[in-house]
Design a protein around this ligand. Sequence first.
Ligand code: NAD
Length: 352
Amino acid sequence: MTRRIPAKALSRLVDDIFRAVGSDAPEAAIIADHLVTSSLVGHDSHGILRVSKYVEWVREGDVIPNRHAAIAFEKGPATLVDGGFGYGQVIGLEAMEILAERALSSGLAALGIRNTAHLGRIGHWAEHLAAAGLVSVHFVNTSGFGILVAPHGGSDRRLSANPFAAGAPRASGAPIVLDIATSVIAEGKIQVARNKGERLPAGAVLDGQGRPTRDASAFYGDPPGAILPFGGHKGSGLSFFCELIAGALSGGHASNPASPTAGRLVNNMVSIAFDRDVFGEGAFFAEDEERLIAWMTGSPPADPAAPVLLPGEIEIQTRAEREAHGIPVDDATWAGLAASAASCGLNAVGYI
Ligand code: NAD
């Protein structure tokens, strides 16, 4: 069964759960806003579903509440922030504020984050910079956790799902935001297929012997299987650069099962932000962006019922629908949320 719950009710519940496990009021509000927004825009895998894992990690000492972005290095346009294993939602927000201020004053700036817990939905950070008037790109990796993806042409797990995001503000209206993992599918979708006894899409997964399979249980065999990168050599190459730029440049470690943080979900992210006038062509950018949008979306749809969408548009549509009708919460997600609440002495049912 799936129930629809208003975003505000979920925010209150999530906020109270994080306060109960040690976050101060501003931190709990930031985490709740990030997770509930991810669910609102349709990225359920990065929304309230994550609450129970985050609670587990904080209790195990893998995530430390009330940490703040600490500047570890700065030179010219570059700043490195150490997250001290604090919540990615807080460290990410503080880091984006530093990046925005520096990019707006210098035209462009780069910022690395290392040693932070899960940074969540990466498009959130591109949206934040777009709201400050900045164009941005973001490369993300995890150093020694969640290694699930085979490189193109390989047969076992060497890389993580390594997301890439980019954002651009528009003269008016919502920003354009691309936000993609570099794996064909998320591991969560394989779990769901196994639970339902459904076949996986073709071309998504290899079994433990490196052979293509549509059998979800083959992925969880011994030895385990691997997920393929999207777009063959192209996704594999982009994932490599997520590792190198986010993991190695920041000192946070590229994919490495022996890294000092292996076994603990640590995200590293390197973001570059540009003022639209960085090359003295800000007015041209605004005009050319609108022209490009009209040109691209003017392509006659291959399926008349499905017009060409801009990156970020589907999230805007999903958000409008879920703001009006509530966020769909399936039984498993609700059970996880209710159990986390109960472990903090809270009754989830009382919030909805
Ligand atoms: P996805 O496959 O749903 O792709 C989303 C992107 O594609 C968005 O930019 C969306 O606007 C665009 N899009 C979707 N349908 C479209 C269409 N019909 N036409 C044009 N554009 C379209 O997302 P994903 O790759 O499964 O990633 C899901 C989320 O997981 C992301 O938010 C990502 O940041 C997050 N993630 C985070 C981590 C981490 O370590 N923190 C790791 C992996 C993924």
